[in-house]
Design a protein around this ligand. Structure first.
Ligand code: UD1
Length: 376
């Protein structure tokens, strides 16, 4: 029996891990898979609701780290996770995406020497993505996690190219597709039944969906102010459309501290909500006319759903969504954004294609590779 630990901490980790956990359950007699939740995200609306909707059990181990500075949060996860690893002695640790919990767990594994012979192997799910923008904390997390990982599970072709360019052994790289899309595919049917449109008095394809939480956008008063002006201009471009904005706690905090609350509430047709659960959010995405975001995962989900997505960032670590999918990288270029909103309104926007292996079977591939590599 092999012991595997999956480490998750922040909202986007949960939907990436859920299908992997379900897959390992099929091999119960061979694999003991435990879930470690670092507590990086602790609000019910950012965490518990996802465990419930994704049919995940309570985490086996909860580290309760909470918020902090980047270094403080990373260090807290490291200290608490080190104790777990020493006690559990896992055969493999799985980490997901690019959040602080991901790099913290990988670092711990690289520093524990078992029987004076080897460190704890790490499998990185969503490996190889690069924005080439080292001002993003997530880019540093991605680069370092890959460096520390033994197995690299890649979601899109660019990931293979990046890893090869960085000198990784080809035999450590597995192109498996996207486990977040596994979750999306699996839960689309249930999500369609959500009553969120009625609750918010919205009509299908008559609204845009907005999410913003990147430090470069919301921790900078000038940029945040510019974005609010852009949202107001979008409203004027499609005046009969509503806009729905489920606001991340970080964004709420910054809105208040910059005194921008009035400005946001003055934008016409803008509905501001608390963070939403997975099904409600999926439903809003499926039925939106278009999405404005700075998230990573939402660029991918909209590509899969073929919903136009305008990304308010200068770059993306998920280039397939712009090359093949429905994503357009806009930065904070007001005229570009408005031009694309007009294209969407006039039904002239690209339709997009679904990237290779985003077929709902990625977790199955990962489980098979791991079983094979651990010789179980
Ligand atoms: C983190 C990830 C980011 C990911 C995002 C998804 C890092 C470096 N960033 O960003 O890549 O896209 O999650 O949501 O790991 N807060 C709460 N309640 C919570 C959690 C956070 O109120 O449950 C507030 C706190 O004020 C906290 C701030 O949000 O200081 C930022 O939280 P943190 O986890 O540090 O980063 P995110 O912005 O959520």
């Amino acid at each position: 029996m092999k012991k595997l630990l999956s480490v998750v901490g922040a909202r986007p980790n949960f939907m990436k891990m859920a299908p992997v956990h379900k897959e390992f359950k099929k091999y119960k007699s061979l694999i003991n898979h435990k879930i470690v939740h670092t507590g990086q995200h602790y609000d019910k609306k950012l965490s518990n609701v996802f465990f419930k909707e994704l049919e995940l059990p309570e985490p086996d181990i909860y580290l309760n780290v909470g918020s902090g500075t980047h270094s403080g949060q990373t260090a807290d996860v490291m200290m608490r996770f080190e104790e777990v690893v020493l006690k559990e002695k896992p055969d493999l640790v799985l980490v997901y995406g690019d959040v602080n919990s991901t790099i913290a767990a990988s670092l711990v594994c690289s520093k524990i020497v078992v029987n004076h012979t080897h460190t704890i192997p790490v499998a990185h799910i969503e490996s190889g993505l690069r924005s080439f923008d080292r001002s993003m904390p997530e880019e540093i997390n991605r680069i370092l996690t890959d460096r520390l990982s033994k197995f690299h599970f890649v979601t899109e072709i660019s990931g293979i190219k990046n890893l090869i360019q960085e000198g990784f052994d080809k035999n450590s790289i597995f192109f498996v597709g996207n486990t977040m899309i596994d979750s999306l595919k699996h839960y689309t049917g249930i999500a369609r039944k959500s009553k969120i449109l009625e609750e918010l008095c919205l009509s299908k394809k008559r609204y845009s969906l907005i999410t913003l939480h990147r430090p470069s956008n919301v921790d900078n008063k000038e940029n945040f102010g510019a974005i609010l002006k852009i949202l107001s201009d979008i409203q004027k471009t499609v005046p009969d459309f509503e806009m729905v904005f489920p606001v991340h706690p970080r964004t709420v905090k910054m809105l208040k501290s910059f005194g921008l609350d009035d400005e946001i509430y003055n934008i016409k047709n803008l509905i501001v909500t608390e963070p939403l659960g997975y099904f409600d959010f999926l439903n809003l995405m499926i039925n939106a006319s278009f999405v404005i975001t700075d998230s990573g995962g939402i660029q991918e989900e909209t590509t899969f759903l073929k919903i136009p997505c305008l990304t308010l960032r200068q770059n993306t670590e998920r280039p397939v969504t712009a090359k093949l999918g429905t994503n357009t990288i806009c930065g904070l270029d007001r005229s570009k954004i408005l031009r694309y909103v007009k294209k969407i309104k006039n039904k002239k926007y690209k339709r997009g294609k679904i990237p290779d292996l985003w077929d709902g079977k990625s977790a199955g591939r990962i489980a098979k590779f791991i079983l094979n590599k651990l010789s179980v």
